[in-house]
Design a protein around this ligand. Structure first.
Ligand code: ISJ
Length: 364
């Protein structure tokens, strides 16, 4: 390509950037107007709701449907995610607590869902995220709920039994683990590998094959593992890209998770009910009396009404020995007439039923 051609193309890009800049600013001004309208239409004593997850899901879907390339749908939606995040911050900056420390996959999930224009607050444990949201210190919390290789995150499920929370969104993240070392690590004499127990389990086969005799040490998070390695010469950590970047570690081996499709699902928790978008999921907790056929009775109404169950998990109820609660996720919104009917039917048989929330299916 000649210098001349390159120069002409760069001039075109400059002109386009000016237009993009002007359009983004116009969009941001529109969002400010939305905020003004929201404030103006408040009833006496009503608190304004600036963040509308159902609207954001619609915006992202529309972008993906209309995108003609060359950028892929996900990439384009990611860019719009950030534009919306900044526009919302003009209305009201969201405060979001997540399972920390900085550099965890939960932080990456929070950024994927809310964008980077939020005020984020790392918490030391899942239960603390719940408590922070319950105390009203933040607008939302982000917690992991299930992993495709290792199954349920029990701390999260149990926290739902203790706190009244509304689930207002979900996000899925592909989880890639790397074996990380610091600049002082003697790579031929590694005697200890730190990681979170979930991550050690997700890389079990790889570790058995490559480091069968090395001690595996479970710590509170992958980011914590990365932090420890920095000052030690004989240890390595298993963690993801964010933690590697944050602690300046290098990848001795990349993508060492046993299953290439290894993914984790995260939930956004808060106190705000989300209206239907037409493409939603609902999460409920149900406890049934301890009698034969109880689970069958619970599932029949879903089957009879053609409602798609996406997950069912059992946990001890904590209110009696050998009694259980079921966590169920299904497709639909609790305000859909069909779903309403099913929930009414179940509550006739159940000891207790609680709707944890209906929320848009993950778009990104
Ligand atoms: C602009 C609005 O407020 C927020 C910002 C949005 C945006 O930038 O598109 C969308 C939904 C809300 O979270 C709105 O409610 O439409």
């Amino acid at each position: 390509m000649s210098e001349q051609e390159l120069k002409a193309l760069r001039l075109r890009i400059d002109a386009l950037d000016e237009k993009v800049l002007e359009l983004i600013s116009e969009r941001a001004r529109c969002a400010q107007e939305v905020a003004r309208v929201k404030m103006a239409s408040l009833a006496e004593g009503e608190v304004p709701v600036f963040y509308r997850p159902e609207r954001e899901a619609q915006v992202l879907k529309r972008v993906m449907e209309r995108n003609k390339g060359p950028l892929g749908n996900e990439e384009m939606a990611r860019l719009f995610r950030e534009i919306m995040s900044s526009c919302l911050a003009l209305e009201q900056p969201l405060k979001v607590a997540y399972l920390g420390p900085e550099g965890t996959f939960t932080q990456a999930a929070a950024m994927k869902h809310f964008g980077h224009a939020v005020i984020s607050k790392p918490m030391a444990a899942i239960d603390e995220v719940f408590r922070e949201v319950a105390a009203g210190a933040v607008n939302f919390g982000v917690v992991p709920v299930e992993n495709s290789t290792e199954g349920a995150v029990n701390h999260t499920l149990d926290s739902f039994l203790e706190h009244d929370m509304v689930i207002c969104g979900e996000v899925e993240l592909r989880i890639h683990h790397h074996l990380l070392v610091g600049e002082n690590t003697k790579t031929d004499s590694i005697s200890r590998i730190y990681s979170h127990a979930q991550s050690l389990a997700q890389c079990r086969k790889w570790l058995d094959a490559h480091y069968p005799n090395v001690e595996r040490v479970a710590v509170s998070s992958n980011a914590e593992a990365a932090k420890r390695v920095k000052g030690e010469w004989n240890s390595a950590a298993i963690a993801g890209d964010m933690a590697a970047g944050l602690y300046g570690l290098t990848r001795l081996a990349e993508k060492i998770e046993d299953r290439p499709d290894n993914s984790t699902r995260f939930l956004m928790i808060g106190s705000q009910e989300v209206p239907p978008t037409g493409d939603d999921k609902t999460s409920i907790i149900v406890s049934m009396s301890n009698k034969p056929g109880a689970l069958h009775e619970l599932l029949v109404p879903f089957h009879d009404n053609g409602i798609d169950l996406t997950r069912i998990e059992t946990r001890p109820s904590r209110s009696g020995k050998w009694t259980y609660v079921f966590f169920i996720d299904f497709v639909g919104h609790h305000r859909d007439p069909l779903v309403k009917g099913v929930l009414e039917k179940i509550s006739q048989e159940a000891v207790a039923l609680k709707v944890l929330g209906s929320y848009p299916k993950a778009v990104l």
